[in-house]
Write a protein that binds this ligand. Structure first.
Ligand code: COI
Length: 363
């Protein structure tokens, strides 16, 4: 049975339209990730204790003062979401509520005033509806949505800002990785850590990503696409990959790290676990040490590794390097579990598979 939430994108925010669309200059056959932006963006302002003045305006530069808090202390948060063209021509925004909830949690952790859910939802739906011609029609492509908030108060003392701005920008995207859906190579970086318990590792905030860039640069120079982060205390337990959560298939069971406060509670991670439950495929959220992972591989019990994320969807992992040792899985293609998940999730995105729990908001 298909359970789909039908929502009308009521147009509550004023719109200033572009005089000429940039869409015709975009090659929708050759989309990468994150380098093309749609005609319009949403803007909302927080001052005098309230969020107000929501409007849709042409995509373009944002002006802030050089003393704005975000530029110095990084008080900001963001989300990554997607909209898809369905087989019947309708457009759907995937797991809108779940993304709102995580965004709200990230804001809370950074002491940023909460944006009401109905404002967030309306902003996204009205913006996607206005720029619906920008949502790619092909399967496996999508309109990436990037809601983000940042502190704008002009003040160099370290304190919570009293002024903020919230934007939503969008852009058509293809695969996140250069490798497409071919397996990627990961390496651990035991000299660096991503997050500690009580920190901000479970919030979607710029600093987590900024701090990963130097280790990622070193990893890339050594031929790896991304870093496989280990826990910060024992530098032993597998956590996540920064741009995605990580899953393994060991002894036929799907295994992923638990949400102990140091990894991002991925929305696609959740979709994977929910699908495993629907399919009666054993899945475990448990601590997994890098040694156990390598032992399972040596014994032939580790059969697949893959990442999950909004941008990455399901991305197979072919190689994992750790302290001079390299574990190699299928380096040519996705394993059967990853492929089943990829087909199911992209099928739900595009309306060719049943939507199990009203994940799609159709506009
Ligand atoms: C996403 O998957 O939406 C993210 O925000 C990850 C980012 C590195 C592209």
């Amino acid at each position: 049975m298909t359970v789909t939430e039908e929502t009308k994108a009521t147009h509550v925010f004023p719109v200033t339209q572009v005089t000429e669309s940039r869409r015709n200059a975009v090659n929708f056959q050759d989309l990468r990730f994150g380098d093309v932006f749609s005609d319009h963006m949403f803007e909302l302002v927080y001052k005098n204790g309230k969020w107000d003045n929501g409007q849709i305006i042409p995509y373009g530069p944002v002006s802030i003062m050089p003393s704005a808090n975000i530029l110095h202390y990084g008080q900001g948060a963001f989300e990554g979401m997607k909209a898809f063209t369905m087989e019947n021509g309708a457009i759907n925004v995937f797991r809108l509520r779940d993304h709102y909830k995580r965004f709200n949690d990230s804001c809370k952790r950074l002491n940023i005033p909460s944006i009401p859910e109905e404002v967030f939802t309306q902003a996204i739906l009205q913006l996607v509806d206005l720029d619906r011609q920008w949502v790619p029609k092909d399967k496996f492509k999508s309109l990436y949505l990037r809601p983000f908030v940042f502190a704008t108060e002009e003040f160099l003392g370290l304190k919570t800002s009293t002024a903020y701005r919230f934007y939503v920008i969008t852009g058509p995207v293809g695969n996140y990785y250069r490798e497409g859906i071919n397996p990627v190579k990961l390496t651990t970086m035991p000299d660096y850590v991503r997050a500690v318990k009580g920190g901000v590792g479970n919030a979607k905030v710029p600093g987590n990503y900024a701090a990963s860039l130097y280790p990622a640069h070193v990893a890339m120079k050594e031929g790896y696409s991304q870093v496989l982060w280990l826990d910060a205390i024992e530098r032993k337990y597998v956590e996540e990959v920064g741009a995605m959560n990580i899953f393994f298939v060991i002894d036929g069971k799907v295994v992923t790290s638990p949400l102990t406060g140091t990894i991002l509670p991925g929305v696609t991670r959740r979709s994977v676990l929910e699908l495993c439950q629907i399919w009666n495929l054993p899945a475990e959220e448990r601590m997994l040490s890098i040694d156990e992972l390598f032992d399972a591989w040596r014994e032939g019990r580790l059969t697949e590794a893959f990442g999950s994320g909004t941008a990455a969807v399901i991305s197979p992992v072919g190689v994992i390097h750790h302290k001079g040792e390299t574990l190699t899985l299928d380096t040519e293609k996705m394993g059967p579990v990853a492929e089943r998940l990829y087909k199911a999730i992209t099928g739900i995105h595009h309306g060719t598979e049943a939507d199990p729990s009203a994940w799609c908001t159709v506009i």
